[in-house]
Design a protein around this ligand. Sequence first.
Ligand code: HPA
Length: 280
Amino acid sequence: MQNIPAAVAETVAFLQKHAIDRPPVVGVVLGSGLGMLAKKMEVIHSFPYNAIPHFAEATVEFHKGHLVYGTIAGTHAIVMQGRFHYYEGYSMQQITFPIRVMKALGVQQLFLSNAAGGINPAYKKGDLVLIEDHLNFLPDNPLRGVNNAAAGQRFVDMAAPYNQLLNSQLKAKAGALKMNLQQGVYAAVMGPNLETRAEYRWLRNTGADMVGMSTVPEVIVANQISLPCAAISVITDECNPDNLQPVNIAEIIEVAGKADEKLSELLVAMIKRQTGRYKT
Ligand code: HPA
């Protein structure tokens, strides 16, 4: 057994007892309005978050809040349908707990997705953008507090938080599918309100290409526990400070839903290439 915190070990034991009899190779976190990949799975078991020991319960109504275990293109996978956000009131430790569970279950690669506002003027609604780096403006950090040595070391290196091999494979897959996959820097903010024009202008000046309210805490923890990860943003609104249109969350979810097909196609293609290597 790896050196893991006791709560993680308890959750893993519960999941293994209740269906997870083969280690998932791939872990996926699906962002707001991005549930289609879970529909393309051969589901073995779907756990509501509130039935899993030590998991927080998803509160935002459009999040399904299920941990889905099954196969994707023949590869065993575990998919978070809906994630926990800091703006919902969870602690950073609660938000990132499932990442530690995935790693302890055997996951070797993590794919994250999110809905984000496009700051780079080249981005249009519905575009997919590979996150190549990030800016963390969240007011808290999952590694803050008494350092639990079982959880990993505290001063995590962030020179390349998004795995370069996974990124180049994703770009190659997108190319083969004739899908436009841009690349950019993701800025994480607390939310839940969207930004003012002055804030979008400022974000652009800091080097952000897109902005959202998630993903970075999970990526920090994935790096702490040496879990290679890659992340994709779906651009749901265009944040041009000189011509800012009001958006509402229903519209954001609707745009995410339309791009969801492309995203799930790309992830299935990416996960499929693992089959030969890891299928047991
Ligand atoms: N800002 C922050 N988060 C977001 C946005 C945005 O414009 N769009 C989708 N998530």
